[in-house]
Structure formats: structure tokens, C-alpha cells
Ligand binder design. Structure first.
Ligand SMILES: [Zn+2]
Length: 288
């Protein structure tokens, strides 16, 4: 990680300067820089999106890895993330790097799913080893464990869980929303399809906007919107959007918020958003 901070990882473009090797990214053919490899490459972005952190990796305007690192760690701490999230962040970086090396040096072509499985396994193992090491009582929670505490919905509120899915080949995206009332009983669910939008970050933001439009049409006035994209919640709650592609959607959402008596835009870990996740996956795969 240290080497990375000082731009010391020998990525394609750095090697190209030293050895005159082709500087192309092995996944997409673009110029391979540290930022491209770890955050911007389409392959990498799908890993960030699908791993439990659900990061939109093109977020922000960081120009170096060090900047990205510092901003992300402080962002994670700000929202009170556990050490688990920070280790997930580190293992995601590590496995992207490892996957890239396996592809170049061993000609192994791992899938996104494989890579994510390694990330989760390593992060879980690391957390378990920390627990043993400190031997202090703490929450024994793994990333894949089902939700153990009931999520109580305040009286008079509706809770809408949203999620998105992409079909890169067919260049389209899906959003799915599930509504529950204050007895935690599922009331209804909807889905929508977007042709020619397959950017995960944009789709998650669109999912929130669809959820809001739906809630307005149902005359639900006190609504909790829950999604597992950390940055969607952060941007909407901070009322600051520095991403041009999302600006318009954000402004819609901020405007729509005026139609409610109360709204709360909440982030939940992916494991707790499984109903919305499974629903949108079913829509994507046509299992309805
Ligand atoms: Zn690439």
C-alpha cells in the first residue's frame, strides 16, 4: 500500500517509461496508470460496485492515489464505519492489483465474482484474526451474515429499499424498489429498466429517484429510503455533488424531497439490502 501512495506500483505506463513495454491496460486497452488500474478501469469499477462497500470508484476528482486513499479513509471514519469497512477497502485494492498481475504474468483470467469472493474471504479472515488477537468482546459479525437485528420502522413511516443491476452486454440497467410499512410488512415492489444506461453509480442514483417518484405517487409522506451505495446517501445528504453525470439526477432528488413531510436517506450495508438486491437481480434475469 505504501508503494502505491508514492505512485510506486509499476503499472503499465510507469513500466513503459522504464522498459518500453506497451502501456495498455490488460482489461480495457486504455493507458494504465495507478488510478486507472485501481479505480477507473471498467473492470475495476465493477469490482468496487459489486463488493460489499458498493463504491462508485470514479467518484470525486482525486488526482493521485494518496488523495483517494486519504479521502476514502476519512469518509469511512466520518460515517462511523467499522474497521471491517476499512479492511474491505484495503483488501479490494490488494485483490485488484493481484488479479491484474495474475492476468499479466500467469494469463489467468479471473471473473469479477471470483475477485469479490477473495476480497470478502480475506477481509473476513482478517477480522476474525483481529477478534482472536484482541480477545475482547465485540460484535461477532461477518460480511455475509444475515441481518440479526430487526430494522424497526417508526410508526407512520414507510421504508423503501432500492438497488440497481447492470447488464453490460446489452447496455442496460435495472432498478428495483421494495416498500414496507411500519409493521415491516412488504406492501409493494416496483422495477424499472433503463436502456443505454449501464453505469452502476448513475443507476443507483436513478433507483433513489424512482423510489421517490413512486412514494409521491402513493402519497406516502414520511419515508425512509435505504440503499447500499454509500456515496449516493453521502451526496444527497451533504447536498453537494461534484459529479457532472449525476448533477441533474441529484437536483431532481433534492427537489422531490420537498414533497414529503419527512425523508431520511440512509445507507445500509449490502448484506442488509438483500431483498431489494434479489428483487432487482430477478428483474434483470427475467425471473418474475
Ligand atoms: Zn482498463
Amino acid at each position: 500500500m505504501k508503494r502505491c501512495i508514492h505512485d510506486g506500483i509499476p503499472t503499465g505506463s510507469a513500466l513503459h517509461h522504464r522498459l518500453q513495454l506497451p502501456p495498455d491496460c490488460k482489461w480495457c486497452g486504455e493507458q494504465e496508470t495507478v488510478l486507472h488500474l485501481l479505480f477507473l478501469c471498467p473492470f475495476t469499477r465493477h469490482i468496487w460496485f459489486q463488493c460489499p462497500l458498493n463504491f462508485r470508484s470514479t467518484w470525486g476528482t482525486h488526482t493521485s492515489f494518496a488523495q483517494h486513499w486519504k479521502a476514502t479513509i476519512s469518509q469511512l471514519k466520518e460515517i462511523g464505519s467499522s474497521s471491517q469497512d476499512i479492511s474491505l477497502y484495503c483488501f479490494t485494492l490488494w485483490h485488484i492489483w493481484k488479479t491484474r498481475n495474475n492476468l499479466i504474468f500467469r494469463e489467468e483470467e479471473p471473473t469479477i465474482e471470483d475477485t469479490i469472493r477473495y476480497i470478502i474471504t480475506d477481509a473476513n479472515e482478517f477480522e476474525q484474526s483481529q477478534i482472536k488477537h484482541h480477545s475482547v468482546p465485540r460484535r461477532n459479525q461477518t460480511f455475509q451474515s444475515p441481518q440479526s437485528t430487526a430494522n424497526i420502522i417508526p410508526s407512520g413511516f414507510m421504508k423503501l429499499n432500492y438497488d440497481a443491476a447492470v447488464d453490460i452486454q446489452k447496455k442496460r440497467g435495472f432498478v428495483g424498489i421494495i416498500a414496507k410499512d411500519d409493521h415491516s410488512i412488504q406492501r409493494e415492489k416496483i422495477s424499472a429498466q433503463f436502456r443505454f444506461i449501464w453505469d452502476p453509480g448513475i443507476l443507483k442514483m436513478l433507483a433513489l429517484r424512482e423510489a421517490m417518484n413512486w412514494a409521491i405517487s402513493q402519497h406516502w409522506k414520511k419515508v425512509i429510503f435505504e440503499g447500499d451505495a454509500l456515496q449516493v446517501s453521502n451526496i444527497i445528504n451533504s447536498r453537494q455533488c461534484s459529479n457532472a453525470a449525476l448533477q441533474g439526477i441529484c437536483e431532481d432528488i433534492w427537489y422531490l424531497q420537498n414533497s414529503f413531510i419527512t425523508t431520511s436517506i440512509q445507507y445500509i450495508p449490502r448484506t442488509q439490502n438483500s431483498e431489494a438486491h434479489n428483487w432487482v437481480q430477478a428483474v434483470k434475469h427475467g425471473i418474475l
